[in-house]
Design a protein around this ligand. Structure first.
Ligand code: PLP
Length: 444
């Protein structure tokens, strides 16, 4: 029998699947397999419960296996499996776009759909460039991101992003990109609950970039209101307001990447609302369907959409889109998810739990190797001192937490990231903290 035929006959052969963002060899020696999920728990193939302290990569804000969402997806699959949104369209796409626009602040009232956060970021950057172009400002081509930022893995996203390992293997990236400094400084901010007092002034670096290149060359600034993937860095007080003011002064578009912060994570539909700052575009993904069906998108302000709506009626206004932009299953999942968020008041719930959540996390101060703890909304991060090699202690923590403590943690290097579903109970917050403490001690 050929090895390919042999493999086809062996269920669960671990070799063929090249796992993303995973050390494949270590994983395949001791896999962490998930077979089932319900509410706050995952279950291994043997039926062992694993408490989900991550909402599965910051996605499943409504928890797992929620019948309203499941049934909506099932109904939609039977009714209309797929139809394109190029030159045709289906009702759920309009319904979901209207619902999202209603949740967004100010005149952010048009929604462009794609399938992931990466696509959302690249779409927003392309819309920014095209917007200036259609308005006769084609020289505005520079894009500004931030050190330690994460905007997915497309070429646009890694170019404006600031996570070194995600960039350094992939060539020279997009030209004409600058980065603001990261907003984190342990000396000034360690063990802060919520937005740090120190660091608002770092937004002034945008003035320096404008002075260097001239405003007439700059298209857009993209930032996460809370930098998530790099280890939960909430915006310092006043920082986003300053960015907004400087962008307004120079006609530069401001994009908030809310792929994580959207849909309740910081206690509001969007972090823009929490901070009282209205960007020109918001990217979203993940929580829009509570992770059930891939979906992402960009919400744009009315003047941006309007700028494209000119020329002959038969002509396409924006040459951009994905085959699965606004897939019917994703739209049905999105509508059911938004219904559930509304009816169970999950955004308000996140807001109400924030203080208890932060207090509980801060009790981990003093555990071995803990250098800093940060939290905002229902997110948190714990920096551990690296062992001999960076990331080694973090990987040991990931293994221990899953195999021994029965909790799913997210590890970014040596930083533990915690983002439970918004349905997390107060007793489960205690359980997450206890299991995390056990894990930290086990890898000391
Ligand atoms: C802020 C932000 N933008 C973009 C992305 C990329 O999303 P995706 O993995 O769905 O492409 C992520 C993923 O974590 C993210 O946190």
């Amino acid at each position: 029998m050929s090895s390919a035929a042999q493999r086809a006959e062996i269920p669960n052969d671990l070799e063929a699947f090249w796992l993303p963002f995973t050390p494949n060899r270590a994983f395949k020696k001791r896999p962490r397999l998930i077979a089932r999920a319900k509410d706050m728990h995952y279950y291994t193939p043997e039926g062992r419960p694993i408490l989900d302290a991550t909402a599965a990569l910051w996605c499943c804000n409504a928890g797992h296996g929620r019948p309203r969402i499941v049934e909506a997806i099932q109904r939609q699959a039977a009714e209309l499996d797929f139809s394109p949104n190029f030159q045709f369209a289906h009702p759920p796409a309009f319904q979901l776009a209207s619902r999202i626009a209603a949740l967004a602040p100010g005149d952010l009232d048009h929604v462009f759909f794609c399938n992931s956060g990466s696509e959302a970021c690249d779409s927003a950057l392309k819309i920014a460039l095209a917007y200036h172009n259609v308005r006769g400002n084609a020289s505005r081509q520079r894009l500004i991101g931030r050190e330690r930022g994460y905007h997915g893995v497309g070429f646009g996203g890694i170019s404006v992003g600031g996570m070194v390992n995600n960039r350094k293997f992939f060539g020279s990236l997009l030209a004409g990109v600058d980065h603001l400094p990261a907003t984190y400084n342990r000396e000034h901010q360690a063990f802060t609950k919520g937005e740090p007092e120190w660091g608002g002034h770092l937004a002034d670096a945008l003035e320096g970039i404008v002075a260097l290149h001239d405003a007439s060359t700059i298209a857009a600034v993209i930032v996460e209101p809370m930098a998530g993937s790099t280890g939960v860095l909430p915006a310092p007080k006043g920082y986003l307001q300053k960015l907004r003011a400087i962008c307004d002064k120079y006609g530069v578009l401001l994009i908030f990447d809310e792929v994580i912060t959207g849909f309740g994570r910081l206690g509001f539909a969007f972090a823009a609302e929490r901070y009282g700052v209205t960007p020109d575009m918001i990217t979203f993904a993940k929580g829009v369907t509570s992770g059930t069906v891939p979906m992402g998108g960009v919400i744009v302000r009315k003047p941006i959409y309007d700028a494209f709506m000119k020329g002959p009626d038969h002509a396409i206004e924006l040459f951009h889109g994905y085959t699965y932009s606004g897939h019917p299953l994703a739209c049905a999942a999105g509508i059911a998810t938004l219904d559930l968020y509304r009816d169970e008041k999950l955004f308000e719930r996140a807001q109400a739990l924030e203080a208890k959540w932060c207090d509980a996390l801060m009790t981990l101060k003093g555990q071995p190797n803990v250098l800093d703890i940060r939290c905002v909304g229902l997110t948190g991060a714990i920096d551990l001192a690296p062992a001999a090699a960076p990331g080694e202690r973090g990987y040991a923590a990931l293994e221990y937490s899953f195999h021994e403590a029965g909790v799913m943690l997210r590890l970014s290097g040596d930083t533990i990231e915690l983002t439970p579903p918004l349905i997390v109970g107060e007793d489960q917050i205690g359980e997450i903290v206890d299991k995390t403490a056990r894990t930290i001690r086990a890898v000391a």
